[in-house]
Write a protein that binds this ligand. Sequence first.
Ligand code: C2E
Ligand code: MG
Ligand code: MG
Ligand code: MG
Length: 283
Amino acid sequence: EAMYRAKRSGGRQFQFYRTQLTEELTREQRLRNDLPSALEKGEIQVWYQPFVKASNQCITGAEALIRWQHPDFGLLLPGDFLPQAEKAGLLPRIAQEVIRVSIAELKTWITLNPDLTLSINLSAQDCLSPGVILSALETALIEHHISAHHVEIELTESSLIRPEADYVIHELHRFGVRLAIDDFGTGYASLEYLSRFPVQKIKIDRSFVKHLPDDPYHQKLVPAMVTMAHSLELDVTAEGIETFDQEQFMQEIQCDYLQGYRYGRPMQSTDFVKMIQTYLPKS
Ligand code: C2E
Ligand code: MG
Ligand code: MG
Ligand code: MG
């Protein structure tokens, strides 16, 4: 495409596009090359975003979200480097690290509040290495004496419908880990998978929530999603809650859990622990 535009607009433009293209390639290549050693050097961090019970806004757990503290590029978000990691086939190795680190943190949380849950995102590529994932989970849970029901795995619809997901999902279920469908409503999967897999929760994607409470279409669609989930005995989390009005809307339609900047941005584990301590349930 760059070449095509260059031809139309002459030599100088060509130079410009070529430079831009080269820079992007080197950044991509560098990220891909740096990743394996970043894991060794501890540059890969796990941050945590709280989720709360909708009825009383008590913290019920947090989702592990990966970050890369890169020496030259600064703090990188998953969108900046997970595509590179995927191309390099490194996602299972990364998942291993996220599982190891976050379950160690979960131990601290549970001692403060025994009802907390940790949510971990897995990718389609992770499902291709079920042995790596399952043994990482088992090792970490045994090491910290944590029961599997404290852990929830988030998979998107597009990962779920791949044939290789079947095995790992059923093994996770057998193991006692809970399963949530992430970004619910944005994939191309048929709803049939809700009956085919041992799913306990759906997470309504932020792209639906962001139109609330004003947009008339979403005012109808989102409650219908919640009703459908409840009639299948599934729990519902709404992602991306930012405003009081959104919170109130989701409360009124009996959504079970809420997550979003309103309750906290992704944060380091020390900050999440402070947050748990501040909001400990009164006994
Ligand atoms: P996700 O699992 O759907 O996570 C929610 C994303 O929305 C997070 O972005 C979070 O910071 C952001 N978010 C949460 N609340 C709000 C809000 O109120 N407003 C707005 N504007 N954004 C909000 P993040 O951390 O950049 O992660 C993006 C995606 O990267 C995640 O989407 C997940 O699919 C993937 N990801 C993150 N960590 C991991 C991981 O350890 N493994 C894998 N395989 N994927 C991961
Ligand atoms: Mg998620
Ligand atoms: Mg999500
Ligand atoms: Mg989402």
